[in-house]
Design a protein around this ligand. Structure first.
Ligand code: FMN
Length: 235
């Protein structure tokens, strides 16, 4: 299928048919998901493919039993994490070292710049320190561009969540390419979902994705997009 046909074909499906999905389809879509562009290549995502019947039932309830979850053949939870950067940074450095391709600038970036952005503590002392430093930096910013963040934990959450959402789009598109459908959901009780997945406070549930084959009545209406003039600005 042409790329633009795929884009057009992806719809949020609220009712899935009883047809089951071959495991390979989900696996392939997850492999496509993790190829997404991501900040500093730190790949801060996790995808939980919930197969246990009990957990699935709990997850459906946590999604307020909405149809897209209830009728989904498979449920995947996309999670972003602010604490995997150190492990992933080490894996990146090890990879380039082993290949003999570790440039000093790359090593410096991952060992100096990345910790400055990602390191945080429970109480937020590092965030406060960064805020004080950024206050002084903003004076320099009057004369030239300066790095103004991330400062607080929620800024790091924004980075990792942005990146994880891109992976979700890859996942959904990969399903369409294989003839299957999905529905991204943020209508869920995040505390309950975190409990089901046993996630810590360093994780954020980005989306729950219901997957299956669309029921003939699974798409609730024609697609509507607001006028492009309102959202696409040429300056
Ligand atoms: C982050 C996000 C959260 C969403 N949450 C829900 C949801 O909880 N339930 C639902 O039925 N649809 C949900 N949707 C689907 C949107 O309603 C849908 O994408 C939008 O109406 C556009 O329709 P389309 O996806 O068919 O183009 C969500 C979509 C996104 C991207």
């Amino acid at each position: 299928m042409d790329f633009f046909d795929l884009i057009d074909k992806r719809r949020s499906v609220r009712k899935f048919s009883n047809e089951s999905i071959p495991e390979e389809v989900i696996t392939k879509a997850l492999e496509a998901a993790v190829l997404a562009a991501n900040s500093s290549n730190l790949q801060p995502w996790e995808f939980y493919w919930v197969k246990s019947r009990n957990k699935k039932d709990d997850l459906i309830k946590a999604c307020f039993s909405q149809n897209a979850a209830k009728t989904a053949q498979e449920l995947i939870v996309a999670v972003s994490r602010i604490d995997t950067w150190r492990r992933n940074r080490n894996l990146i450095l090890k990879h380039y070292k082993e290949k003999g391709e570790l440039l000093p600038i790359v090593e410096k970036y991952y060992n100096k710049v990345v910790p400055l952005a990602y390191a945080h503590d429970r109480i937020g002392i590092l965030g406060l320190l960064r805020k004080i430093i950024s206050f002084f930096i903003s004076f320099i910013g009057l004369f030239k561009p300066v790095a103004r963040g991330p400062i607080f934990r929620h800024d790091v959450f924004e980075i990792v969540t942005k990146t994880t959402a891109l992976a979700c789009q890859n996942f959904m598109m990969a399903l369409v390419a294989q003839g299957y459908d999905s529905c991204p959901m943020e209508g869920f009780d995040h505390t309950r979902v975190k409990k089901i997945l046993k996630l810590s406070s360093k994780s954020h549930v980005v989306m729950v994705l219901g997957v299956g084959k669309a029921d003939p009545k699974g798409i609730y209406g024609e697609r509507f997009r607001i006028d492009e003039d309102l959202v696409i600005k040429i300056i």
